[in-house]
Write a protein that binds this ligand. Structure first.
Ligand code: PRP
Length: 208
């Protein structure tokens, strides 16, 4: 039995449809239920940012989540496979009229991703003031709460429509299949068998 942590929404739906493809049967959560049990798998529906936590503490053996979320969690997990979908970038944004100057004192950054931000700036030996926000990050430079943001860009529309530009890219992200380190040893054959079936589908052009 493998327990699989999936983030609510598009990634869960795409993952379950790949399970459908592999095992030739339907995998569907009932209404508001957060657990789906089948003969060989137990699926858990969790918040996107919580997937690494469930896998790290071995409440799930494997999980599907964006590389940005894995990096932000800072947790030690096995990265099994790049599932190629969900492409986005973690970038630094500023107002269109502002210039990037990492040597400027008083850098104030608003972000949801405090750990990624801290790591990026400490490599440059800069210690900016970091303000943690939970959403609508693009608003903060417009009202003077910050002079930079670190945020996710998918289409770039949100930044553009709010008069912001990308001044640097911290990382690129796609969805990944991850595993708990102990599960990877204890349930190696089950995990590797699933891995190779996913790998084949991804090689054939599928993505999650
Ligand atoms: C994310 C991200 C940006 C937006 C980027 O926010 O934080 O705001 O999507 O997408 P785009 O480049 O295609 O415009 P999300 O939708 O998760 O909402 P939030 O601001 O409440 O976190």
């Amino acid at each position: 039995m493998l327990t699989v942590a999936l983030p609510k929404g598009r990634i869960a739906e795409n993952t379950l449809s790949i399970f459908r493809q592999i095992f030739g049967r339907d995998f569907k959560f009932e209404d508001r239920r957060l657990v789906l049990e089948t003969e060989n798998f137990k699926f858990l529906l969790v918040r996107n940012q919580d997937v690494p936590t469930y896998v790290y503490h071995q409440s799930a053996d494997i999980g599907v989540v964006g590389l940005d979320v894995i990096e932000e969690s800072g947790l030690d997990l096995v990265r099994l496979l790049d599932l190629r979908g969900g492409y986005c970038k973690v970038v630094i944004g500023m107002r269109e009229s502002d210039q990037l100057d990492y040597n400027k004192p008083d850098i104030v950054i608003a972000t949801k991703m405090v750990n990624i931000t801290n790591r990026f700036f400490s490599k440059k030996a800069i210690s900016p003031k970091i303000i943690k926000l939970y959403g609508s990050i693009e608003l903060s430079p417009l009202v003077g709460l910050s002079n930079m943001i670190v945020d996710i860009v998918e289409t770039g529309t949100t930044m553009k429509q709010n008069g912001l530009k990308v001044v640097d890219t911290i990382m690129e992200s796609t969805t990944h299949l991850i595993a708990n380190k102990s599960s990877f040893i204890e349930k190696k054959s089950e995990i590797l068998s699933l891995y190779s079936q996913f790998d084949k589908i991804i090689r054939d052009g599928g993505k999650i």
